[in-house]
Design a protein around this ligand. Sequence first.
Ligand SMILES: Cc1cc2nc3c(=O)[nH]c(=O)nc-3n(C[C@H](O)[C@H](O)[C@H](O)COP(=O)(O)OP(=O)(O)OC[C@H]3O[C@@H](n4cnc5c(N)ncnc54)[C@H](O)[C@@H]3O)c2cc1C
Length: 345
Amino acid sequence: MSTRRVAVVGAGVAGAGVAYALRNAPASVTVFERTDRIGGRAATHTAHGYTYDPGANYLKNDDPAVVDLITETLDTEGVIDITEPVWTFTEDGTITSGDRDAHKWNYEGGIAELSRRLFEASNATIVQNTAVTEIDRDDGEWTLVGTQSLGTFDVVVLTPPAPQTASLLATVDWNDDGYRALRSAVATVEYRPIHTVVLGYPFELDVPYYALVNTDRNHEIGWLSREECKPGHVPAGECLLVVQMAPDWSAQRIDDPDASAIDNEVADRTAQLLDDERLRAPNWTDTVTWSHALPDSGVAPDIEPEPRQHVEREGLFLAGDWVTGAGRIHRALGNGMAIGQRISR
Ligand SMILES: Cc1cc2nc3c(=O)[nH]c(=O)nc-3n(C[C@H](O)[C@H](O)[C@H](O)COP(=O)(O)OP(=O)(O)OC[C@H]3O[C@@H](n4cnc5c(N)ncnc54)[C@H](O)[C@@H]3O)c2cc1C
């Protein structure tokens, strides 16, 4: 069997899953990533001696195959299971005890370790700081273009969020009914934004939970978690809050260039919710704007099977959380691995 040239666009969890599934296949895999980071929305940042996850917080226990992968198959050093519970709160700030996820998997080095370990176990070449901006199709081959030609491939897998994938699909000059149907289906998938603000404090917070989640979706804060509950993330005696603002609140500020005003507002809301005046004055902050944070509900569970299969036969594949209809790490990873297996058949 001849070696197939496979290009993967995006080094998030889905892209890592594709590369991992192809590790023993006769394929040379090149991954193009727009940013200088691995992990996409399952991201880890480091600053001021802290390690923190401003996107995905942890991996749920929902897919046994993915849990086995993390706890048995891949390198297990530094795997952590957050033990403190997730409590809930409502619009009026009432906090209620409970735990929504029995297991909450992560790494001492942060959630981006998952993608790093998958890529390490694969044979893929990763090309960072390289955005793919155009795709040319010619005689059964695909040429990717960024600021220059990035090479010609037999198979291309697109893993960016649907709106970004739709923009890439729009650059392909392919007069074909099945392709047009697929392109239209992808263009209908919408994402909501989330502003994440990270607040650092030189003192401990004496509360019994790891995180609070807003269940009625009417509060300006959607999620708030304590990064110090992840061993290895925060120096002893300190506190690092990851505050994810609600999609409507975030959408209203998406083009606001005044990050410090946003940080102050978030610190005030946090102090109010936790009834702790000290939280109004963090000693440092970081803000990450996720324009495409989570796919909206109503995404078709598996985009248009017929045109998808038709386009796949020509060597073009789509992967990512939105293909499965849920913004979850295990869904993106499971989908990426399934696509890798389909390519290797
Ligand atoms: C704030 C937030 C909190 C979340 N919390 C959780 C959680 O607790 N648990 C959970 O399971 N899930 C959570 N999620 C969802 C989870 O992060 C995603 O479902 C998952 O990471 C999606 O992975 P992906 O590979 O499909 O996409 P992505 O992670 O978006 O990866 C796509 C990659 O493609 C790159 N890219 C885009 N365009 C181009 C281009 N033109 N050229 C080259 N590269 C490109 C991007 O930079 C990115 O690295 C959260 C997400 C957010 C934003």
